[in-house]
Design a protein around this ligand. Structure first.
Ligand code: MN
Length: 406
């Protein structure tokens, strides 16, 4: 049990330990780990005599940097050893005297982007989401296209517009044309939306030409972030055929400051809901490959949906195997989104497009109603999962407010 006051039994007990990059006024940004309501400044603790991993890489140097990148490059054995060391200094009372001075209340720090985003890919792994969108965008056809159950469908997004939680989102302008319109028009999106997703962060890269099998997931993926794939549905619906999402998505993607390491999700793995037909061999997974993560979508502080990640059809192992099956290399900081998380129930839909059924059914938000986002609206995504200590852990939260178009 941890000696950090208030941490035991909280959402940030020693079975969580997410990382972020933080600073205090007048000091440089560096890596910290959260415990309870505190951030542990890792570099000075690791630099103290006897503080670092004996014979291992220089963690104090990696954690003293203003980005997680150097730590992400170190790989799974070092990530595991670092976590074991952090756990020991936060649970063994003998360390309290020299560790406690390096705890900073989380409300006294400024958080920074945690890592350099390499390539960004977004998948489409929820059966319920893909079915709902298919029904709305292609009402006269089969909701699922013929490839959907054979491969995790995805597209390459814009890494340069991945922004940290709290960044305002400017309503995008663009070209749109409703089926009933005579021709396209230009202007601010009138169907601005969110997509509640989970993001996966690549730690160690690969060589061009190599592929990563589903079993290589934990060797290459460091952890997860909360992710909101802001989407302009009117722009998207007019532009997406035949090459997929473009300007309807590329104006902003928000991710959490906190990166939850895979080890923290050890108790969250669960069986996939079931795949039919059986995917090709390179997509085969062994053991529980789904994640029991509960998501909460808050719009102006009202919970409007609770999507269950456990309902996702494709596993993250399969997304990684598919992403690299053609030999495309991975780099440290590559990021992929799971796709909108939607469950089978109405109140489990992770986008306003689905919650308002294409804008035809306004849904309640407190005493108001919404179909799509209005200027000034704030969206917060929260995530929790079962922790290894029997309680729950909180993953990184993602917030963003809509500003008027420019
Ligand atoms: Mn998406």
């Amino acid at each position: 049990m941890t000696w950090v006051e208030g941490a035991a039994g909280s959402l940030f007990d020693v079975d969580n330990l997410p990382y972020a990059v933080f600073s205090r006024s007048g000091e440089g940004a560096r890596v910290g780990v959260r415990i309870g309501d505190q951030v542990l400044d890792l570099a000075p603790v690791a630099a103290a005599p006897g503080g670092d991993l004996e014979g291992g890489p220089d963690l104090a140097a990696a954690w003293g940097q203003p980005l997680l990148d150097p730590f992400l490059r170190l790989g799974r054995p070092t990530w595991a050893a670092a976590r074991a060391w952090i756990t020991s200094i936060l649970t063994d009372a003998a360390h309290r005297r020299h560790v406690e001075p390096h705890l900073v209340p989380v409300d006294q720090v400024r958080l920074h982007p945690a890592f350099t985003v390499g390539d960004y890919v977004d998948f489409y792994a929820s059966l319920d989401h893909a079915t709902n969108v298919g029904r709305m965008f292609r009402p006269d056809a089969e909701p699922l296209l013929p490839n959907w159950r054979h491969l995790p469908v995805g597209y390459h997004g814009r890494a340069g517009t991945v922004v940290p939680s709290g960044t305002a989102v400017i309503r995008p302008c663009g070209q749109r044309k409703a089926p009933s319109d005579a021709g396209p028009t230009f202007g601010p999106s009138t169907r601005l939306d969110i997509e509640a997703e989970l993001g996966f962060v690549v730690g160690t890269g690969t060589t061009l030409g190599d592929r990563v099998g589903t079993g290589g997931f934990a060797d290459h993926v460091f952890g997860v972030v909360g992710l909101n794939d802001w989407s302009a549905r009117d722009i998207q619906a007019w532009e997406y055929v035949p090459l997929g999402p473009f300007l309807g998505k590329s104006f902003a993607t928000s991710i959490s400051h906190w990166v939850t390491p895979l080890e923290a999700l050890a108790a969250a793995w669960t069986e996939l809901p079931g795949q039919d037909p059986e995917p090709l061999d390179y997509l085969a997974v062994e053991g529980p490959a789904g994640l029991d993560i509960e998501v909460e979508v808050r719009l102006n502080e009202h919970v409007v949906a609770r999507p269950p990640y456990s309902s996702m059809y494709w596993s993250p192992h399969q997304m990684l195997a598919h992403l690299t099956v053609n030999g495309a290399s991975l780099r440290t900081g590559d990021l992929w989104g799971s796709g909108t998380i939607s469950g089978p129930e109405k109140d489990q839909r992770g986008s306003l497009l689905e919650l308002s059924w294409g804008g035809t059914e306004p849904f309640p938000v407190g005493s108001e109603e919404r179909t799509f986002l209005e200027d000034g609206d704030e969206v917060v995504l929260r995530y929790t999962a079962p922790g290894a200590l029997g309680g729950r852990i909180a993953l990184g939260e993602v917030a963003g407010r809509v500003l008027p178009a420019r």
